[in-house]
Design a protein around this ligand. Structure first.
Ligand code: NA7
Length: 504
């Protein structure tokens, strides 16, 4: 088989190419957030920090592409606009914005879970006469904000990482916050060489162990349920996790996202931390999340986010109780008439997650059915890797797979391996198509929804459930049953002769 990679960006790197705002950093440890398929590569690359910044990950991706001589197969600055399956020859035609029409037997959608940025629908946004920036497409040469009055809308992971950096430069920084977020300190530090060597000496074993966890990451998942601890003991455990840093906090106990009482103790622990860190009680009051469970929106990981509000030049602005009325040519105007004159306005307002990139391509499957119609009431997939009615099309980390709840690199590798094995199987058997059967897809989707319904995840207006996009169906999109269980089920289905697929 020959492969052609079509990429919208001017360079490779995906998320790590686009999201180059100051402070952008991974929240999975570098030693784990890397490819495992080549021991040579994982031994050779040297990570400089415990959690890698965006620029380092982008260099790593480029290093891998060069090392494997992949560039000749990649066509940059090319956005796929349509993909159409033709049953008469069982091939896909893939059209692009630069006028290509490729014919392909297999179509692999590696379009990303968070790749379609959203601008807020705020009146007058185009009237702003200052500089309008987006964390999701930051100027490549950086921006000098010294002496500037800067506003940032949004307080998700992107903003929480950017704010401490913006604050150091800006004359005044206004953080427009609709929903306060829970955030855990990364406790990032330079890579300790003994730690690096320990990982490199034990990579094969560690990678295997990581795949036996719920999130494909070794971060000391607590085996115990929160109910086995007293409140005091539980708080001690949370303190240990807080000191260790990172998303491991959300794995302190096994039921943190399913037992509301345990979740509330964790949430309260973080609220108290915010109260202690932020010296001005009025600012702290704005920044404390109260009305949704911790983890129901993706947990944030920061470096001195809350501390930054102790600076005189940083002001949190509550736009929940006093929403933005409009953007004027000078800046932001709130409903009560308060105005904030700005030189620069930054949008950190999130993404059309999981389905956004797929639905922006006009995908037509067997008998002309449209993906947009099939998913009108929410995404349906078989294992998040295939869609009924769309033969020979695969989705990498698609909705219905653990994806964003895991170390993405590992989940991507698992899907890539599965797809390659599947195509090899078809070629070996002299078969032309593979297609998920509707009932298998129904069962898988129902299974995912059923697990999600036993969790706290429907209790927040998050992108996990599509709540950040007007009119998007409220369906919990990732698979929350655990990466370990997922891969067992995928392996079992495959071993049973690709149960639930029709191969012809
Ligand atoms: P997120 O986490 O989706 O955050 C977007 C933020 O923007 C969030 O605070 C939103 O508030 C806010 N937002 C969105 N639209 C508006 C409008 N119209 N007005 C005011 N505020 C708004 O995106 P990120 O880029 O930070 O992070 C995405 C993922 O990347 C993250 O989860 C990690 O996986 C990495 P809301 O909470 O909806 O009230």
């Amino acid at each position: 088989l020959r492969a052609r990679v079509l990429e919208a960006g001017e360079e490779i790197g995906g998320t790590w190419y686009w999201n180059r705002y100051p402070g952008a950093r991974c929240d999975v440890e570098s030693m784990q957030y890397s490819f495992s398929f080549s021991d040579e590569i994982q031994q050779e690359w040297k990570w400089k920090e415990l959690y890698a910044p965006q620029a380092e990950i982008l260099s790593y991706i480029n290093f891998v592409a060069d090392r494997l001589n992949l560039r000749n197969d990649i066509q940059l600055s090319t956005r796929v606009t349509a993909a159409t399956f033709d049953s008469s020859d069982n091939r896909w035609t893939v059209e692009t914005n630069v006028g290509d029409a490729f014919s392909a037997q297999y179509l692999i959608m590696a379009t990303g879970c968070l790749s379609i940025p959203l601008d807020p629908k705020i009146k007058g946004i185009n009237d702003f006469e200052g500089v309008l920036l987006r964390t999701s497409n930051w100027p490549k040469d950086g921006v000098d904000l010294s002496g500037k009055r800067v506003g940032i809308i949004g307080t998700g992971s992107s903003s929480i990482q950017a704010v401490p950096h913006l604050a150091q430069q800006a004359d005044q920084l206004y953080v427009f916050q609709r929903t306060p977020n829970y955030s855990i300190p990364a406790q990032n530090r330079p890579m300790d060489s003994a730690y690096e060597h320990d990982w490199k000496d034990n990579y094969a074993e560690r990678r295997k162990l990581a795949k036996r966890t719920r999130n494909n990451t070794l971060n000391n998942a607590g085996p115990k349920s929160g109910t086995e601890f007293s409140r005091e003991e539980l708080e001690k455990e949370f303190e240990k996790r807080w000191q260790a840093g990172g998303i491991g906090f959300m794995y302190t106990c096994s039921d943190i996202t399913s037992n509301e009482d345990v979740n509330e103790i964790a949430a309260d622990f973080v609220r108290n931390k915010i109260r202690k860190i932020v010296k001005d009680p009025k600012k702290a009051d704005i920044l404390i999340p109260r009305d949704y469970p911790i983890g129901a929106k993706r947990i944030c990981v920061d470096t001195e986010y809350f501390e930054t509000f102790n600076r005189d030049n940083v002001t949190p602005v509550d736009i929940k109780s006093n929403p933005i009325e409009k953007i004027s040519k000078n800046g932001v105007v709130l409903s009560n008439g308060d105005t904030f004159d700005l030189d620069t306005l930054i949008l950190a307002t999130g993404f059309d997650a999981m389905t956004g990139a797929l639905l922006r391509i006009n995908i037509s499957g067997r008998n002309g059915i449209k993906l947009a119609d099939e998913w009108a009431a929410g995404p349906k997939t078989y294992f998040g890797i295939a869609i009924s009615g769309f033969p020979n099309m695969f989705t990498i980390t698609g909705p219905g797979s653990p994806s964003v709840f895991t170390n993405m690199v590992t989940s991507i590798e698992q899907h890539v391996d599965w797809i390659v094995d599947c195509m090899t199987h078809l070629q070996d058997q002299g078969k032309q198509t593979i297609e998920a059967m509707p009932d298998a897809q129904e069962n898988w989707t129902a299974h995912g929804n059923e697990i999600a319904s036993t969790t706290i995840f429907y209790s927040a207006a998050s992108w996990y459930v599509g709540a950040n996009v007007e009119g998007k169906p409220r369906i919990f999109m990732p698979y929350i049953g655990g990466a370990d269980n997922y891969i067992d089920k995928l392996t079992e289905m495959t071993a049973e002769g690709y149960r639930g697929f029709e191969i012809s």
